[in-house]
Design a protein around this ligand. Structure first.
Ligand code: SF4
Length: 195
């Protein structure tokens, strides 16, 4: 998938860079994987009712969660007419909460990162971001494979030794550089072959 390929490339470039620039969501993914490898307890779970912070407001004032605009079945109400408590009790809001919870249950509960990665990305995935596998079941087609890629880079490069559970961050950059050098050489040879 092109998004995963692009994010993997962004991971390599970020690791190569000397800049402290924050590249989101790459930085979030890397932090998740570092916590996961480090053995941090799995206790970070997205709670839509308590922690939702991104809303979509249509021009007529109708309010939606990020995942659901502009589907009327999931409309929380109207910010020009309804009070906040009534928006959060509406049938549309409860539909949105239940649907997000079901996505996390179906997909995140099977994932090794769940509890480190909060599941937010699956809970608030828009219809365009919901991918089905060959069996048509919903899957985490971007965040999980990119996090698995980051995990493999950190381990294969020697940046993290899973047996000793030790970190050696100076290894990360050389690994990314080697990968990039390999890719550049391959690109040049392809270009030369086409010329
Ligand atoms: S399935 Fe995706 S969103 Fe859910 S916990 Fe795993 S990586 Fe995170």
């Amino acid at each position: 998938m092109e998004i995963v390929t692009a994010f993997k490339r962004a991971v390599d470039l970020w690791l190569m860079s000397d800049s402290d620039i924050r590249v989101l969501p790459i930085q979030d993914y890397i932090e998740n994987v570092v916590r996961y490898l480090h053995g941090v307890a799995h206790q970070n779970y997205y709670d839509k009712i308590k922690n939702e912070v991104v809303y979509i407001v249509n021009t007529d004032g109708s309010l939606f969660s990020n995942a659901d605009a502009p589907n009327p079945e999931f409309c929380h109400g109207n910010i020009f007419r309804d009070t906040l408590p009534s928006l959060q009790r509406s049938a549309g809001y409860l539909n949105a909460v239940n649907a997000a919870s079901q996505r996390m249950k179906d997909v995140c509960s099977q994932c090794q990162y769940y509890g480190i990665c909060s599941g937010y990305y699956m809970a608030e995935a828009t219809p365009e971001e919901r991918y089905g596998g060959l069996d048509a079941r919903l899957k985490c087609a971007v965040v999980k494979p990119v996090q698995e890629y980051i995990e493999s880079v950190l381990i294969d490069s020697g940046a993290f030794d899973p047996k000793r559970r030790r970190w050696s961050f100076k290894q990360i950059k050389s690994k990314a550089l080697n990968q990039h050098a390999g890719e550049s050489a391959r690109s040049k040879s392809v270009a030369a072959a086409r010329a």
